[in-house]
Write a protein that binds this ligand. Sequence first.
Ligand SMILES: *Cc1c(COP(=O)(O)O)cnc(C)c1O
Length: 373
Amino acid sequence: MSRATSAVINLHALRHNLRRIRTLAPKARIMAVVKANAYGHGIAQVAQTLAAADAFAVACLEEALEIRQAGLAHPIVLLEGVFRAAELEEAARSGCELVVHDDSQLALLEHSKLQHNLGVWLKIDSGMHRLGFPPSKTQAVWQRLNQARAVRKPVRLMTHLASADETSNPRTQLQLETFAACTRNLTAERSIANSAGIIAWPDSHGDWVRPGILLYGVSPFAGRCGAQEGLIPAMTMGTTLISVQQVSKGEAVGYGGAWVAPEDMRIGIAAIGYGDGYPRHAPNGTPVLVSGERAWLVGRVSMDMIAVDLRGLPHAKTGDPVMAWGAELPVEEIARAAGTIPYELLCGVTQRVKFSLVDESAPSVKAQGGVSA
Ligand SMILES: *Cc1c(COP(=O)(O)O)cnc(C)c1O
């Protein structure tokens, strides 16, 4: 029997989530963020499915070229820009737009003799202190970029929010004020909001929003899940039970004997592990669905398998479907149990997992309610 571990990507969910973002930010254009293989969902298929987006955003040129190979002609923004002249040429040839966030990139553009008509986003560091020019340099850099021959005018403006997912953190308001102040007299399109900004900070919408995680049906806020934001999870990670074991009270299960059966009972062995991207640090009690019913992880996660407490499921048997996360089991809940964020779980699905596509509205917003602690 071949391995049943699979990630099913629901194309309907992706389109639904894009429409939901339009209603959340009705005045803005949407730059769909599909970096890191579309958060693990498959960049080519996701970009094709999200063709109604106004642009795409990726982390690097290689990702942009995958979108071009998928036959899409949208603007593609390279969120970290380019670092060498050869890359600049290729980005220009393939119709990419560049973020310019430091002096070396500014110099690269100024020294380019070609008439590229390159779209450029000047990135300001409004307080995250990761990428961007300091606010005090905004005017000077904007002017220099607008004079560079290779650059299309007017150069646009971008910043990124560090704490938009913390809805009562005053840092976001400060970042918005800093960005507004240093760009005040510049006539240019602006882009600020990531997913959390789109929902929690309407003042951050600007001309272009940059949703990532929302597209995939996942909430950016701790303690919430996609359904609560009106989204449908796009990925379902699943497998099957490959064995059911009877264990006696006191017997230890799995590596290190980290879990000991409190009574005579059955456990199921599901064919999914950290070699598939299931988080190794998921503790005892992390939920899984067996034939749609809740059961709980016991013992350590192995590379290829997990063990599941079947006490509540007397009819469970080898071959039954197991869901690790998906429409009925929010990935937010698994991430929280494992001490990580859903972004990491989605990006971490490994190559051996079989990907397939469905296009259905059926598994809609069933998973209501919050993420339990
Ligand atoms: C990744 C990224 C985004 C999208 O973030 P989400 O939280 O997934 O919406 C937006 N802007 C920039 C600059 C990013 O790097």
